[in-house]
Ligand binder design. Sequence first.
Ligand code: NAD
Length: 375
Amino acid sequence: MYVNVAVLKETQPHERRVALVPSVAARLVKLGAKLHMQSGAGDGIKLTDATFRDVTFTDDRKALVSDADVVLAVQPPALDVIDAMKEGAILISFIYANKESALVRCLLDRKITCFAMERVPRITRAQAMDALSSQSALAGYYAVQLGATHLTRILPKITTAAGAIGPAKVLVMGLGVAGLEAIATAHRLGAVVEGYDVRPETQEQALSLGAKFVETGVDARGKGGYARELTAAEKSKVAAALTQHIQQADLIITTAAIPGRPSPKLISKAQVAGMKPGAVIVDLSAEGGGNCEDTRPGETARIGQITIVAPFNVPSFLGGDASELYAKNQYNLLALMLKDNIITIDWKDEILAKTVLTHAGERKDLPPAPAVKAA
Ligand SMILES: NC(=O)c1ccc[n+]([C@@H]2O[C@H](COP(=O)([O-])OP(=O)(O)OC[C@H]3O[C@@H](n4cnc5c(N)ncnc54)[C@H](O)[C@@H]3O)[C@@H](O)[C@H]2O)c1
């Protein structure tokens, strides 16, 4: 007995990642998986089919999934892929159900057990499965590299015979996983770094990574360790405290997000107008509409002498490492279910119960419908 695991080639534009890499393939085989991949699935990260051992390749994605017990992907698969899956099979992928109503309908119709990677709970035991964190950490690192290539100055202090140049000032706004990694990277590259977040516990984290913390006196801790939206009065208090820091920075990296809401606007047009000529903003929240009023999501904008870079899908730029970490996250999740060559789902396991999106034709992410009172 073995479990058929199929891995799709990603089809969304600019998606370079793949859900399986050779080192993880070998570990899945040990758990009892028989591996099948779509031909060229690793092309985006320069992995040829030949680099995968013990994997069968096929061109036809519908044939690939039709016999699979488990399908692995990075982005939500196309509807025809779900239609071709066996009833009751498992799909593990990022889904973001609120943007994918047709796909969710299809998952329910086909009675697919879908584990949505963005739903992995942020608890200690699930850290090895937390793809939001692994991908955000890479994005935070890359934001500094991206910003550095758009600056006309260097980040560290440099001394030459002709004179010295002082270090660049970097301000990181939003200190979740990506923001903290951006602080660590900018600090390692020799910049003078400041950090800001509405969750006060990030102060100590910023300090431990070598940054100063910008105090605004606003505490916006929300549910589950996330931030809540600010009130109008809080927004103006924050803006007043931040303007000077924004306008002294050479490079600003913004990462602020509130689950289920558009990205909060942390930098106004007026603040951009007062920034130093040549300054750069790297806005990592393009998917949610951006953290700056002048951000054009998915584009690089020139506003006067300021450059605002706001790419989509930043982890995909580092597709090799992003795939490696993502594949490990998925492996660790699958290892909760795949043992001794069979799949057994223990619904009492908090991680599986909270990550599942659809099962046996039912949505599992919605609160149960209220009981109807008898007349
Ligand atoms: N225990 C775990 O295993 C684990 C793993 C990863 C993350 N976490 C926690 O989950 C939470 C979210 O992390 P994330 O990286 O997904 O964050 P995120 O992507 O949801 O948000 C990024 C940051 O933006 C901040 N933010 C929101 N509104 C803001 C505003 N108006 N101004 C400034 N900053 C604002 C948030 O506080 C957050 O720090 C954090 O508390 C993090 O420590 C826990």
